[in-house]
Ligand binder design. Structure first.
Ligand code: 13P
Length: 259
């Protein structure tokens, strides 16, 4: 009988990413320096990747800091490479300014700018085309959770917002329940596990081994006090942090969940 096939699947390195949203000016650069200094200490050696996604205006100044151990990401990009799109930023521009990743389909963009799954999918393609990691967000509203539609909603967003050629290297999924964002509310660990398990199954069905390795982040009111519990949930491979990523103290405290 043939020897059982050796699995080459490696547990993905978790990602702790901070989404600064529309917060921060050059006055905030000190927090990034502080964070890099803290991460450099042996006792804080993180077993995860650490990333900050500042407003686009701060990418180049942050890159100039050469803050070791802190990767940079954008918060959105246009689906086109360049052209007559006043106010928009392309994936290539984000890359040029120092980003290695970009958040796409965040619920605030889906709500404020009426972004559809189809548009998010095109942006994911643009991010990949520019060589950026796409951090694609899904999440249900409170109304959808209350009506029992959570899994249906997040699976539809996942299906509609990803290209067929996504891999674990170029794509990360972030599950962010809309009602948990900035509210101080978090789902129970059971609720988080239910959604992450469903997302994992859907990813494996569509992308095979790549889907098995693709990181799925949890986001929504993550704080130093609840990070370890949330990050220990099966199929949670890191976190996308909003408010608590704005200070080195809190963000560093969350990174410690992986120290
Ligand atoms: P908060 O951590 O502030 O709840 O925000 C989460 C989020 O939206 C990250 O993208």
């Amino acid at each position: 009988m043939a020897a059982p096939k050796k699995t080459t699947l490696k547990a993905p390195k978790p990602l702790v990413a901070g989404n600064w949203k529309m917060n921060g000016t050059t006055a905030s650069l000190g927090e990034v320096k502080k964070l890099a200094r803290a991460l450099a200490k042996k006792k804080n050696k993180a077993k995860c990747e650490v990333m900050i996604c500042p407003p686009a205006t701060l990418l180049a100044p942050m890159k100039a800091l050469k803050a070791k151990g802190v990767a940079l990401g954008g918060q959105d990009c246009h689906a086109a490479n360049s052209g007559a799109h006043t106010g928009d930023v392309s994936a290539a521009m984000l890359k040029d300014a120092g980003a290695t990743a970009v958040i796409l389909g965040h619920s605030e963009r889906r709500a404020d700018h009426l972004e559809t799954d189809k548009q998010v999918k095109a942006k994911v393609g643009a991010a990949h085309g520019a060589g950026l990691l796409a951090i694609m967000c899904v999440g249900e509203s409170l109304k959808q959770r209350k009506s029992g539609d959570t899994l249906k909603v997040v699976k539809a967003q996942l299906r509609g917002s990803l290209m067929d050629d996504c891999t674990a290297k170029n794509t990360v999924i972030a599950y962010e329940p809309v009602w948990a964002i900035g509210s101080g509310l978090t789902p129970t660990v059971e609720q988080v596990e239910e959604v992450h398990t469903a997302l994992r199954k859907a990813l494996v069905r569509r992308f095979g081994d790549e889907g098995a390795k693709m990181r799925i982040l949890y986001g929504g009111s993550v704080k130093p006090a609840n990070a370890a519990e949330l990050m220990a949930v099966p199929n949670v491979n890191g976190t996308l942090v909003g408010g608590a990523s704005l200070t080195a103290k809190d963000f560093g405290g969350i990174v410690k969940a992986y120290a």
